[in-house]
Design a protein around this ligand. Sequence first.
Ligand code: FAD
Length: 363
Amino acid sequence: MTGHADVVVIGGGQAGLALGYHLRRTGLTFLILDAEDAPGGAWRHAWRSLRLFSPAAWSSLPGWPLNGGETTYPGRDDVVGYLTRYEARYELPVRRPVTVRSVERAGDGVLLARTDRGDWTARMVVSATGTWRHPYVPHYPGREAFRGAQVHSGAYEGPESFAGKRVVVVGGGNSGAQILAELSEVADTTWVSERPPVFLPDEVDGRVLFHRATARIKALQEGRAPEIPAGGLGDIVMVPPMAAARDRGVLHARRPFARFGETGVVWRDGTATGADAVIWCTGFRPALDHLACLDVVGPDGTVAVDGTRSVREPRLWLVGYGGWTGPASATLIGVGRSARETVRRIAAELGAEGGQGVPTPPG
Ligand code: FAD
């Protein structure tokens, strides 16, 4: 048998929860299908010492602030705990672990979400699956021949197993900087970035990145060209461990090497550096494999959207993927704005009048 809900949300990370917060007030029946065994989304898999790049007050989902105010930078476990409590506080209908294998067009105007635990039809589907499941590693000649370890930041847990080793950290964003700062205390590190890393001033943190994103949205809404301040969401926030690493003189990145050798990397000038491991802090791509049947994912791995609504499949919405789904929409504070607007548009389209709807479970 197949269950039915007005809205099915795929993904129970911060984006899915922000959507749930707003959906619960529409009277629409909805549920959130999440592949994880427990709450927290990708935060459950971040490395132990990860710190938010914005203080708690600037890292909250709609309705309920993350503890810590304007002066503390919460860590991974604080965020997982917060998302767990948030889900319970608003009694969000999350079903897990449930993996959505595909979303398909079904008859009589609904979409069909096929999962490993039964199927659901829905009038609207919102994909909030994040990017963590799609780590990105750029091509470097000879990478297959390199005999050292290769770990993506999405799978990095901490510095212990690299102590005393020679480690190349590739990537000039917040992940690369925070992992380099930590590893440089126990290992012989080399940092590589395509462009010189941009460090925000000590007194400036992730909230300025959110202000920039807000200004960008406002300019676009008013038909103005957004000012392009130096840098963007990739600028490095000098959270305390970063400032300490700067004082140790380790925050110097080299431009990319030409290729791998079996025992290290070879620079463009022909010189070589031995390496026991490479940590790829080279980001992620949207996890959208479940949308393949709808033929909406473009060659760049994103979906053409009007706001967060798929242009080619108007019953499909995409929330939380960053830039192309709205400036700062991949951040804790930014996703709230995107979720609110998405739910407002869905409710208007489905003629919702408010209240708490309950989905029809599979028979
Ligand atoms: P996710 O957290 O990835 O959640 C997606 C959920 O969907 C997961 O539970 C997954 O299991 C599930 N899912 C995926 N595919 C399926 C499927 N087919 N069927 C069912 N379920 C599925 N943001 C900030 O605001 N501040 C920060 O300081 C910050 N630091 C970051 C540091 C790093 C290293 C990274 C990678 C990101 C950081 N972010 C930060 C960005 C952002 O907050 C996180 O990426 C966050 O995890 C995004 O939440 P999400 O809900 O969009 O996706």
